[in-house]
Design a binder for this molecule. Structure first.
Ligand SMILES: C[S@@+](CC[C@H](N)C(=O)[O-])C[C@H]1O[C@@H](n2cnc3c(N)ncnc32)[C@H](O)[C@@H]1O
Length: 273
C-alpha cells in the first residue's frame, strides 16, 4: 500500500504549470505599466489609453492595463496558440465584461500583424531579440512605427554588460520554488545566445528547460541606430540605477547615456515615431 501510494504521488515538477511559474518569477506587469504611464506622461504631456503588447505570451500585462483605467484598451499579439489559450483561461477569464470588451488578442506574427494606431506599443522581456537579422529588425520596428499615433511611444527593454556575452547560470528564490536563468551557449562571432529557464522545487524535482530562447544579443546603440533607420525621430535610453554604496541594482530607471562598466544592467529604450 505504502509503495503504491509512493509510485502514484507526482513530483512538484510533474504537477507544475510552467506559465504560472513564468508569470510569478519573470513578469512584473505593475512595475512595467507604471514605468510606461509615468514616462509617457513626461514625454507627451498626456495619459496613454491604448496599448499593444507584442510577444504577449499569457497577455497578463495587457489584462492588467485594462484594470488601470476605465478607458484603457489593449491588444495582445503572439503567434503561439497554446500560450494565448493559457492566458485566456487564467488571465482573461478574470476580467469583468467591461474590461473584456476593451481587449483584443491576436494570434499572429508581430512581423505581419495589422492593428489600429496605438498610444503605446511595448515589447518586453527581450522578445524582439528573436530577430537576428538587421533587415528583419528594421522591418519589425518600421511596422511598429506605422502602428503608433503621432505622439505615440514604443517601449523596448534591453540588457547589457559583460555578463550578457558569456555562458552563466543565475538562481533566484521565488515563493515556493527556485527560478534558474541559464545562458547555455554564446557565439562570440554572431552574438547568438541560447538560454533556458528551469524551475527547481523543494521536493528536489526539477522542471528543466521550461522555456528556451535563441536570441541575438543586440547592443543598445545598435538598436538606437536601427530605430533611426526605421524612421523614429528620437530614442531615449533609461538605465537601471545602482546603489552608490553597495553597487546593488535598484528598481529605478533614469534617462542617461552614462554606463559604468557594470557586469549586468537592465534598461528600457523609449522611441518616438
Ligand atoms: C519571452 S515570451 C514573452 C512574454 C511576455 N511578453 C513577457 O514580457 O514576459 C516570448 C513570446 O513571444 C512569442 N513570439 C516569438 N516570436 C514571435 C513573433 N514573431 N510574433 C509573435 N509572437 C512571437 C512567443 O510565442 C512567446 O509567447
Amino acid at each position: 500500500m505504502g509503495s503504491a501510494t509512493k509510485t502514484l504521488k507526482k513530483t512538484m515538477a510533474e504537477t507544475a504549470d510552467r506559465h504560472a511559474l513564468y508569470q510569478a518569477s519573470v513578469q512584473n506587469s505593475e512595475f512595467e505599466l507604471e514605468f510606461i504611464e509615468t514616462t509617457f506622461k513626461e514625454l507627451t504631456g498626456r495619459d496613454p489609453r491604448s496599448m499593444r503588447e507584442d510577444f504577449c505570451g499569457t497577455a497578463i500585462t495587457a489584462c492588467e492595463w485594462l484594470k488601470r483605467h476605465k478607458d484603457n484598451t489593449a491588444i495582445g499579439v503572439d503567434f503561439d496558440r497554446e500560450v494565448l489559450d493559457w492566458g485566456r483561461e487564467h488571465n482573461v477569464a478574470k476580467l469583468t465584461s467591461d474590461q473584456l470588451s476593451r481587449l483584443e488578442l491576436i494570434e499572429e506574427d508581430v512581423l505581419t500583424v495589422n492593428t489600429p494606431k496605438m498610444d503605446v506599443i511595448q515589447a518586453f522581456n527581450f522578445s524582439y531579440w528573436f530577430f537576428q537579422e538587421r533587415k528583419t529588425m528594421i522591418a519589425y520596428l518600421s511596422r511598429v512605427r506605422e502602428s503608433l499615433v503621432d505622439d505615440g511611444l514604443l517601449f523596448l527593454d534591453v540588457f547589457g554588460g559583460s555578463e550578457c556575452y558569456q555562458t552563466q547560470k543565475e538562481k533566484r528564490k521565488v515563493d515556493g520554488f527556485k527560478y534558474i536563468w541559464e545562458q547555455a551557449e554564446f557565439n562570440a562571432v554572431t552574438n547568438e545566445l541560447k538560454c533556458h529557464i528551469h524551475f527547481h522545487f523543494p521536493d528536489k524535482s526539477k522542471l528543466k528547460k521550461a522555456f528556451s530562447y535563441t536570441w541575438r544579443v543586440w547592443g543598445t546603440r545598435e538598436i538606437q541606430d536601427i530605430l533611426e533607420d526605421a524612421g523614429y525621430s528620437t530614442s531615449i535610453v533609461y538605465r537601471q540605477k545602482f546603489d552608490e554604496k553597495t553597487d546593488e541594482p535598484l528598481d529605478e530607471y533614469i534617462p542617461t547615456m552614462e554606463g559604468e562598466d557594470y557586469a549586468c544592467w537592465l534598461g528600457f529604450i523609449v522611441a518616438r515615431p
